[in-house]
Design a protein around this ligand. Structure first.
Ligand SMILES: [Zn+2]
Ligand SMILES: [Zn+2]
Length: 566
């Protein structure tokens, strides 16, 4: 074991001690010793404990620890601390700029146990008000996490979108006839991107590479056969495939769809299409409608394309309102009025559903029953004031461990609609998680099932559920399923949208906004919905204000017990 490794282990021990509020003197002497060992001009392993002890700044107790480390490969005390610290918290400690004191606040006060949860909390602005943090620290942490994700080579779509779009825009202007387009995961709008593939209709690699050098968002250029490789500033790998002009569309088609899709289409081809002048011709020759890139996953939509029954995919202009959003009544940043005005004036929407957290979500300042009443008074007041716009009274009710909702029935009955979500005790087996959700779905007050699995992409798997059982229960109980549009969630996963739609379940593109800008996340929900084959007729927030009022009224009428006349 070299000095650097020893120093690192001593430092880790000191950090863990600090995290667990150990003796400050011991912590300080370990920090000093780590520094000293790191700088020793000879290997520590060449010395005995007695010799180490004599070195200034090491001392007896640390000398013994080093000897133990050299002999056994570890230290009993370190192992003890590791045992009582979640692995994810140790990873958080590895993020640049977060010392043990901050990690303690993150873990113990905010209940965050891994990098994904921390990233999510930064996006929801949850760190700003915590002790010792501020806006700047929060931003630094979010950036550091993005950087550490880059080392795994995987990115959220939202993390690479701006740079990828910029690159393509720059290059479109540079290549003659604009024969350049994106392909692969990015063109299919996948939720996670591992490589940005571009196709260029030029075999003159000299010209191509010189042109590519003109881009300010492409680094580390290199050449490999007909591929030009590079990297976006954010760290994503870029692969640019150069083909002769006449093969451009075929290559674009092949590079866009996943393997099963490409194979299924080409198998059905009636004659040679090696030099098509557009992708639509490739589908035509195979006897099918043009399939949008988002849908080119597997064979799900092949039959529909053959029968001319592809869904007319949902688009931005189809959305008429937004449900499931938070204000400063719980853990949001903006007031209800600010949120409403942004929706009305900037986004040209007709309605806003407020869904602050319910009382069990103490970490998010969930609303007590009294606060709910007060909030309703404020909403009534705003509804009188705002022209051509309506705010619905909703709540994001925690689904408790036994599947119950978070308020007594009379409070639940006072809302226009309710989003029911799991936020606590996420560690469950599939049977438990499924029955917990189904119990909540069967509650007559539940309108929408929020982020059904609790996953955070690239970091937290979410609890395992039996998707079919959960979706079937939603169908049976007329519960809408959310497509949570936060780019870290995108939950319900698009792979289950078709099953839900076949069962007649409505989906809702919910931003879960915690500030005005959060509404813009709806764009990612739309992409997820498009990938799942969602169309406006089954999207809850594509209903107009009048339609959705009738929808909520009808559900209440049908599902909720009648309140006895007083
Ligand atoms: Zn939630
Ligand atoms: Zn929420």
């Amino acid at each position: 074991m070299d000095n650097k490794t020893i120093a690192r282990k001593l430092r880790l021990l000191s950090q863990l001690m600090e995290l667990h509020e150990g003796n400050p003197f011991k912590i300080k002497s370990l920090v000093n010793a780590a520094f000293k060992v790191d700088k020793l001009p000879f290997p520590a392993k060449s010395k005995s404990a007695a010799e180490l002890e004599k070195i200034e700044g090491i001392g007896k107790s640390t000398a013994n620890k080093i000897t133990e480390l050299l002999e056994t490969g570890t230290m009993a005390e370190l192992e003890e601390y590791l045992e009582k610290t979640p692995q994810g918290v140790i990873e958080i400690m590895g993020i640049k700029g977060i010392g043990p004191k901050k990690v303690a606040v993150i873990w113990k006060d905010l209940g965050i146990e891994n990098l994904g949860e921390l990233f999510y909390a930064c996006n929801e602005n949850r760190l700003v008000e915590a002790k010792g943090f501020g806006l700047k620290t929060q931003e630094d942490i979010a950036n550091a996490i993005t950087f550490s994700m880059a080392s795994h080579g995987k990115f959220l779509y939202s993390q690479v979108r701006t740079q990828a779009d910029e690159l393509i825009d720059q290059l479109k202007g540079l290549f003659p006839e604009g024969l350049i387009d994106c392909a692969g995961e990015f063109r299919r709008c996948c939720e996670v991107i591992t490589k940005l593939i571009l196709v260029v209709g030029s075999r003159d690699l000299e010209i191509a590479i010189n042109t590519l050098k003109g881009s300010t968002v492409l680094n580390e250029l290199s050449l490999e056969k007909n591929h030009i490789l590079g990297r976006l500033p954010v760290g994503l790998e870029v692969d640019i495939v150069c083909v002769e002009k006449r093969y451009f569309y075929m290559e674009l088609f092949v590079q866009t769809g996943d393997e099963h899709h490409v194979k299924a289409v080409l198998e059905r081809s009636t004659d040679e299409v090696d030099q098509p002048t557009g992708e639509d011709l490739i589908y035509k020759k195979s006897g099918m409608e043009y399939i949008f890139p988002e849908l080119r996953e597997g064979v799900t939509f092949i039959k529909k394309a053959e029968n001319n029954t592809l869904p007319k995919l949902i688009g931005h202009h189809d959305l008429k309102g937004t449900l499931h959003n938070h204000s400063n009544w719980s853990d949001g940043i903006n007031t209800i009025e600010e949120m409403a005005l942004f929706c009305r004036d900037e986004l040209k929407l007709q309605y806003l559903g407020m869904c602050d957290h319910s009382k069990s979500a103490f970490y998010a300042r969930g609303l007590s029953a009294e606060q709910v009443l007060k909030q309703h008074v404020e909403i009534d007041h705003l509804n009188k004031k705002l022209n051509d716009f309506h705010i619905f009274k909703g709540i994001e009710s925690d689904i408790l461990y036994d599947g119950a909702l978070d308020y007594p029935d009379d409070v639940l009955a006072s809302f226009d609609f309710i989003v029911a979500s799991v936020h606590s005790i996420l560690k469950m087996d599939e049977a438990k998680a499924t029955s917990r959700l189904i119990k909540a779905i069967e509650n007559p007050y539940t309108t929408i099932l929020g982020h059904p699995t609790g996953r955070l992409l690239l970091s937290r798997k979410g609890y395992p559920i039996d998707y079919k059982k959960v979706i079937d229960a939603c169908a049976a109980n007329k519960v809408v399923i959310e497509i949570n549009s936060n780019p870290l969630r995108l939950d319900l996963d698009w792979r289950w949208h078709q099953y839900a739609l076949e069962k007649g379940v409505w989906l809702s593109i919910n931003p879960d906004a915690h500030r005005k800008e959060g509404f813009l996340d709806m764009q990612y929900g739309i992409l997820a919905g498009r990938k799942g084959g969602l169309y406006k007729e089954k999207c809850l927030n594509a209903l107009t204000l009048e339609e959705i009022k009738a929808f909520f009224d009808h559900l209440k009428e049908e599902k909720q017990p009648k309140t006895p006349a007083s």
